[in-house]
Design a protein around this ligand. Sequence first.
Ligand code: ZN
Length: 462
Amino acid sequence: MISTRYRWLSVPLTVLALFLGWALGVVASPEEPKYRYVFPVQPPDVAHFAPEHHDYPATDIFAPAGALFVAPTDGVIEFISREDLWNPEADDPVTRGGLAISMVGDDGVRYYGSHLSEVDGALAAGMRVQAGQTLGRIGQSGNARSTPSHLHFGISHPTFPDDWAVRRGEVSPYPYLQAWLKGEMRAPAILSRSCAASGAEAASNCEIFGYSAQGRPLEVYRFGNGPVKIALIGAIHGGYEWNSAALMHRLMAHLVANPTLVFTRTTLYVVPLLNPDGLARSGGPDGRFNGNMVDINRNWDCLWQPRAEWKGRAVSPGARPFSEPEAQALRDFLLDGRFRAAVFYHSSGGMVTAGARCGGGDASRAFSHAIARATGYTSMRFPQSDVTGEAADWFTSQGIPAVAIELSTHVSLDWAQNLKALQAIQQVAVANSPSQPPVQEVPLIPIPGLPYPLIWRWAEGL
Ligand SMILES: [Zn+2]
């Protein structure tokens, strides 16, 4: 810690350190491409495409029927439509693509190709594919049945698979297609906007603190500079509770625009999506589980049981407590001795429960009562007894008061209520932390071009 006498030095020193870091980065490390990319239609010389698409970002890659659609990068199959269900009368946007495949690359970007005539028979959701691997054949299915055969190619961030409005395309693929044709390993801009690929985690307010079972990055975003650390965690139950991730993204956009909502004595650590594998799999009940089909919220070392339940249905709690990488990563990230609260966002139910089953419940109940007062949610004093290996219970037993907020439905953000809840959470955390450890001196550096506006649209569009 810099003493008061030399405090004036801290800003110039920080600037100098940043400049040196930048200069070293520029001089010493020629960009190693992190991921490999292949033009998605093979052979490429039969393909042609234009820079423009009609009314949203995507590219129609025209090619003779039967040309190959290949994986543009290494990744995991997210979604397959093997049947052409498009009905011109109904024109349901979900079925417009006909035979279609989407995959989530190791770069964190989703790639979507539709109007296929054929999908490779061996493919299944969750399967790993390599850059260049055949996924299907170009055709005219869906609403392309009266147009020349082409691949509709869309690039977006992953949402749950049925979210057609995002899935169809979010940034123009054109410059990347051009680059990949020339053999350049150019990553989509959606990627450089995420901390997953910025390569600048240490110098920004975004950090990767672990990886999911299927290798997707687990990201945490930091807001504020105070000594009282609070963790807000979205979508431990993945796609089934995707609105809790959407709430976290909307909250982050709001905090960027309104930094004073973070108390001077608090720092908020937002984990928007603890279960990216589940989100990639489905917006339905199967989207609850991680890449190992484990319910991450049954995997913690509080009353853990080898058989676990959810609403009377058997769910996998993992082979043992903390068998799952998402639970390990969050445990290790939060146990640094300075977190004063952890809030898990779920859906649905319109209630808040305090972690209490393994002791320490009074501290957590102070938070759940304050949240209930601020939001009107029901504060559940006696949580269900059949829940085992639960995260908020475990953190509470470790001295980090923790609660689970259940948004009122599976689609609502309960926005106004949760803004009030955020204030209540910070008030309780500060009141419980009377000591005054020195405040961190290094200023936060904003990351240019965070993905918030994009994800904001995702939240608003539903
Ligand atoms: Zn849940």
